[in-house]
Design a protein around this ligand. Structure first.
Ligand SMILES: Nc1ncnc2c1ncn2[C@@H]1O[C@H](COP(=O)(O)OP(=O)(O)OP(=O)(O)O)[C@@H](O)[C@H]1O
Length: 250
């Protein structure tokens, strides 16, 4: 399988604290690649360097064969490097449908200003409804985003990202704060999203990671200590030592 995203020798430090150490990694077409590691290992910092929110001191990011290292976050997003929006970026006073319509409209390159009116536009509405249906929120389309449950807002975040038709999706802890039923729903949803584009998934819920991932990379103190299939990672002595053998499901 070909690499959609390639990280080549990324390094980043905060003062004396080296948070990314010579990280090289590839996400291949069709795969869910999970990035796991103990708290503070540098996962979010690494995602930031991929999305363009943070600049590494050295190293390259290649996306679909193109060096995107010099591109801004917005330019990378336009190139198809998608990420989930934080819940705080959901507009609570607007309906789920209006939130997604805004994202669809943004993808089509229009101004945000008239999106209330634009949300009445049938084509825009249809496109937004299709994305909502994809994440299981069709029946909640007219509900204000602020009135959705936590799990539903997580699904809405995913819908906002999908509305931009990403060619790869970066997911930073999509299961955080969700209950068991919501987690199950999100796992099923991500399996479906995988049919559309590859995923780079940062997640602490190990059961979800081991269910979803085709390959897993393990980050410890900013360094990738192992990359492999779930079976390989489960059997890796260094990984078990880093996790004290606790969180890796048998
Ligand atoms: N802006 C910053 N300035 C200084 N240090 C930072 C900054 N951002 C993160 N760090 C430090 O960098 C290290 C890596 O943080 P990061 O959030 O990337 O880890 P993480 O693996 O995502 O952690 P978690 O699993 O807890 O979310 C931590 O020691 C953190 O305290």
């Amino acid at each position: 399988m070909s690499a959609v995203l390639e990280l080549i020798g990324l390094n980043k430090a905060y003062g004396a604290l080296q948070v990314t150490r010579d990280v090289s990694l590839e996400v291949r077409a069709g795969e869910v690649h999970a990035l796991i590691g103990p708290n503070g290992a540098g996962k979010t910092t690494l995602i930031g360097q991929i999305s363009g929110a943070l600049r590494p001191e050295s190293g390259r990011v290649r996306f679909e064969g193109r060096d995107v290292s010099a591109l801004t976050l917005a330019e990378r997003a336009r190139a198809g490097l998608g990420r989930t929006f934080q819940i705080t970026q959901i507009l609570p006073e607007f309906t789920a449908l209006e939130n997604v319509a805004l994202a669809v409209q943004a993808h089509q390159g229009h101004s945000f200003r008239f999106f209330r009116a634009a949300a009445r536009d049938t084509r825009l509405n249809d496109a937004a409804m299709a994305v909502l249906a994809e994440v299981g929120l069709a029946e909640r389309a007219r509900v204000l985003a602020g009135a959705l449950s936590h799990g539903e807002r997580r699904s809405l975040e995913l819908a906002l990202a999908l509305a931009l038709q990403p060619k790869l999706l970066l997911l930073d802890e999509p299961m955080a704060g969700t209950g068991p039923a919501e987690t199950e729903h999100l796992v099923a949803l991500l399996k479906q999203v995988k049919q559309r584009c590859p995923l780079l998934l940062v997640e602490h819920d190990m059961a979800a990671v081991f269910e979803l991932a085709d390959r897993i990379s393990v980050l410890v103190y900013g360094e990738i200590i192992a990359t492999g299939t779930p079976e390989e990672i489960r059997a890796n002595a260094d990984v078990r030592a880093a996790y004290l053998g606790e969180e890796i499901p048998a």
